[in-house]
Ligand binder design. Structure first.
Ligand SMILES: Cc1cc2nc3c(=O)[nH]c(=O)nc-3n(C[C@H](O)[C@H](O)[C@H](O)COP(=O)(O)OP(=O)(O)OC[C@H]3O[C@@H](n4cnc5c(N)ncnc54)[C@H](O)[C@@H]3O)c2cc1C
Length: 507
């Protein structure tokens, strides 16, 4: 790298989808004078832009960049999201919510769910969801932002469901104010240094060359630099996650309420999403082309629309997996060019955000890349992908469904050892594997294990107190407190509208 220490590092971002603008705004906003960011995008090629539902971490991104939440939500027609309602996954007719929140509290060092398991064994517990404020509020269509104290009202978080086609443009305006230069044009060639193999410049159709020190590949499934130029290998995970298509279609709202959650409905060859935004509902059928044709999937999703269709079904094709290394030479892949995991747990934008976060932490000051930083980046990104992969597989594998070839396949397939170990630990002890980095902590695993019908054989013996009535009373009080709190919350739609009115009235 030729960049002397004090000059800003010239970062070139290829791609103006969600990942591209998140990267550009994140780098420019949080590294300031250390970088000079240029983003290249081609309107002819366009972005993926379906969905989108997110995870609570996105609030950290929005906050760190000093973006006003209400203005961002208004611009992207966003709604609040308290979790995902999974239907028919463990068994047809059953459902559960994976909440952005906890179930009860640890008592005397024993996690709540062990007491619940003991009470359940004695036939004295209700569904685990009734001990979660996030689940209860979601199902009642209520919303209020959580508090930051240690009370019941701080036991949940929230994310957004927004119009992905509006998120990029919103960030673009923000990034421009931060000094990001935008170049419209199609990249037709990637120039490399003859000796090091580092990328030196992108060449556009009109011959313009954009030189840089560091290149962020956000070119989506095309993966122009990481996959094309550098030929970084793709690790294919379709043996565990066979869904490789989605038929997506928006429709109008027909109901009065707007759910503060995403719905995922298991289908004979995959699952179907329903994402309520302020102005419409996003629908999509994620399916495996080995078990269903594109035409059939389009017909299903068109038939499932609740209100008038706002567009014809659009089919997107993908493959589950990730790059063996997302950072190779001086190219860092973020977003779909780095990997793809179906949106069952709304993780793609999170994965892009984490890649940007890790890049910020390990940023090569002065443009000189330390291979140890690159390795650490790749280790962290791999870990994030692997954790999400295991969690997604659990939704398919832990099922009793045997009503279609697809479900028979995923129910009986051999899963990765890392997931097998987690499931065995849960089944034998009721414990959730502990880790401090990466996505999905205990409450998420508990929600999905129990929701999918995977009850442990044992639980913590310390829950067998001489006075089980005490535990039963504690569980009852918690449920009552949750019911009272939910009753006091405004409706989700009312809360959204009151924020929009406040924003409109602001000088
Ligand atoms: C069916 C489906 C549903 C999804 N749902 C969710 C969800 O609910 N939640 C979630 O978090 N994620 C979801 N995702 C993932 C999410 O859409 C992506 O992670 C996100 O949009 C980021 O995409 P991207 O920016 O990497 O790529 P893209 O949106 O594809 O952007 C690629 C960019 O690269 C540019 N480009 C490409 N080639 C060139 C070239 N040669 N020259 C110049 N520019 C070029 C394009 O113009 C474009 O600007 C979903 C994905 C799919 C497929």
């Amino acid at each position: 790298m030729s960049n002397p220490d004090r000059k800003p590092v010239r970062v070139v971002v290829l791609g103006g989808g969600t990942a591209g603008w998140m990267s550009a705004a994140g780098l420019a906003g949080l590294l300031g004078p250390l970088v000079e960011v240029t983003l290249v995008e081609s309107e002819d090629i366009g972005i993926v832009g379906v969905g989108e539902a997110t995870l609570p971490h996105i609030r950290g991104y929005v906050e760190r960049l000093g973006i006003d939440e209400a203005a961002f939500m208004q611009a992207t027609h966003a709604t609040y999201k308290l979790g995902i309602d999974f239907r028919d996954f463990g068994r047809i007719g059953e459902s559960y919510v994976h909440p952005f929140g906890t179930f009860g509290e640890e008592v005397a060092g024993v996690p709540f769910h062990h007491y619940w398991l003991e009470m359940q064994r004695q036939g004295r517990a209700d569904e685990i969801g009734s001990y979660s404020l996030a689940v209860t509020a979601a199902l009642e269509n209520k919303f209020r932002p959580p508090t930051t104290d240690a009370s019941l009202t701080s036991t949940y978080g929230y994310a957004y469901q927004f119009d992905a086609t509006l998120f990029g443009p919103f960030l673009r305006e923000h990034a421009r104010k931060l000094g990001v230069a935008r170049i419209e044009g199609k990249v037709v060639e990637v120039k490399q240094d003859g000796e090091s193999g580092d990328v030196t410049a992108l060449v556009l159709e009109n011959g313009q060359q954009i030189a840089g020190d560091l290149f962020v590949d956000c070119s989506g499934f095309r993966a122009l630099m990481i996959g094309g130029t550098l030929e970084e290998e793709w690790e294919d995970w379709s043996q565990w996650l066979p869904c490789d298509r989605a038929a997506a279609m928006p429709c109008e709202h027909v109901r009065e309420e707007i759910h503060p959650y995403t719905t995922a409905i298991a289908m004979p060859a995959g699952w179907r999403w329903r994402i309520p935004l302020q102005h419409r509902i996003g629908n999509g059928y994620v399916f495996s082309s080995s078990f269903l044709s594109e035409d059939e999937a389009c017909a299903v999703i068109a038939g499932a629309a609740e209100g008038t269709r706002l567009a014809d079904p659009r089919v997107l094709r993908f493959r589950a997996g990730r790059r063996r290394a997302s950072w190779n030479r001086n190219v860092i892949a973020v977003g779909l060019s780095s990997g793809f995991l179906e949106p069952l747990e709304s993780t793609s934008i999170y994965l892009a955000q984490m890649a940007v976060t890790y890049l910020l932490e390990l940023f090569p000051e002065g443009g000189r890349i330390d291979p140890r930083d690159r390795d650490e980046f790749n280790r962290l990104v791999d870990m994030e992908y692997d954790r999400v992969r295991d969690f997604l597989i659990l939704h398919y594998h832990a099922t009793t469904r045997d009503d279609s070839e697809f479900w028979n396949h995923v129910r009986t397939m051999r899963v990765p050892d890392s997931l097998q170990e987690k499931m065995t630990l849960w089944r034998e002890t009721g414990r959730v594997e502990k880790y401090s980095d990466g996505l999905f902590y205990d409450a998420s695993w508990i929600a999905v294990y129990l929701g999918q019908g995977l009850l442990p054989e044992c639980h913590d013996p310390r829950t067998r107190l001489p006075d089980p009535d005490r535990i039963a009373r504690a569980l009852g009080s918690l449920q009552q407190a949750i019911r009272d709190e939910t009753a006091a919350m405004p409706g989700h739609r009312d809360f959204l509208m009151s924020r929009a009115e406040r924003l409109a009235a602001a000088p």
